[in-house]
Design a protein around this ligand. Structure first.
Ligand code: ZN
Length: 320
């Protein structure tokens, strides 16, 4: 019942929105032809924010000031390599937000951070880290960007989800708690025809299982909800360990970078195929080398380079 209420409230909020939508408005469940509550029977954890949801007008994004949420934030940060100092950790957790519908399979909150642009005309960049739980350095980079952005007047508007797969991060597994590779679970147009077929052809490795339906997982649904709400012009997904930058987007001149540019390609159920091929939103995949976190200068340079590529891409697409 509680889950049904959540879906109804979300639906009401989406239906009331007067903002023009990108072509990604179809929910993952609709694309997959499945009920959105596909995983509901597996989740029995009380969302700490549920008690605050008294009406549809209640803010869907809540500041993570409640003790329970702050504790969850601190625990998740503790699972990332290259820890902050305590002072930074507390500052960081005070700035994080939580969308009430964004929780992991085991009920952990999935946090995000928002920073507006100082420029009137700007692009919107969405970043997420640790979609694969055994790639902790990806979360460290996203976390460091949050920390840097707090004191910057950026030219782009940023939304960052440093830890998209908190259950996997805790257990150091690539997959989520249902054993699904979230980067094969996006409801691409070819998901039903190809995702499991492709997986079997590649050896049916458990760590790359795409799930039983596109968009079946709570974490996938969370990122798609952020895509629908935030309407990014450009998406960045951070991984390890290949040490390259892989771009799914228009042909643009790439600035020199500490990581070489190399095409890795996208596949059924992957973010690149879902957002670029199906929905024409460019996706940059950062593959950090060997899982080592970047030093501060590299982290800053990379963020600036990405801002430049994002603007060039949008110019090339005639959206800037
Ligand atoms: Zn990965």
């Amino acid at each position: 019942m509680q889950n049904l209420m959540k879906i109804l409230i979300l639906f009401a909020l989406v239906a009331c929105s007067d903002v023009e939508k990108k072509p990604t408005t179809e929910t993952p469940a609709e694309k997959a032809g499945q009920s959105q509550s596909i995983n509901d029977d597996k989740v029995n954890v009380q969302n700490p924010m549920d008690k605050n949801m008294n009406s549809a007008n209640e803010a869907i994004v809540s500041s993570s000031s409640s003790e329970e949420l702050k504790q969850a934030c601190l625990e998740q940060l503790g699972n990332l390599p290259a820890p902050f100092t305590n002072e930074h950790t507390f500052k960081y957790c005070n700035e994080m937000l939580h969308d009430v519908s964004c929780n992991s399979t085991l009920g952990k909150p999935i946090f995000h951070f928002d920073k507006g642009s100082a420029k009137e005309r700007h692009i919107k960049v969405l970043v997420f880290g640790t979609i694969h739980g055994d790639e902790g350095a990806a979360g460290s980079l996203a976390r460091d960007w949050v920390h840097r952005l707090k004191d910057l007047e950026p030219r782009s508007e940023w939304r960052i989800l440093p830890i998209l797969n908190p259950d996997g991060l805790e257990k150091r597994t690539r997959t989520n708690a249902n054993g699904v590779d979230l980067n094969r679970n996006f409801p691409t147009n070819d998901w039903f025809d190809s995702a499991q077929k492709f997986w079997r052809k590649k050896g049916a490795r458990a760590r790359r299982f795409p799930g039983n339906a596109g968009g079946s997982e709570k974490e996938t649904q969370c990122i798609i909800k952020h895509i629908e709400d935030f309407k990014p012009d450009f998406i960045i997904s951070i991984h390890t360990p290949y040490g390259v930058l892989d771009f799914d987007g228009p042909n643009v001149v790439k600035p020199a970078s500490i990581l070489p540019w190399r095409r890795l390609g996208h596949m059924p159920g992957s973010l690149g195929r879902y957002m670029w091929k199906d929905n024409e939103v460019p996706v940059l995949t950062i593959e950090l080398k060997g899982g080592e976190p970047l030093v501060q200068k590299q982290m800053e340079d990379l963020q600036d380079i990405i801002g430049t590529v994002a603007i060039r891409s949008l110019k090339s697409l005639g959206r800037w």
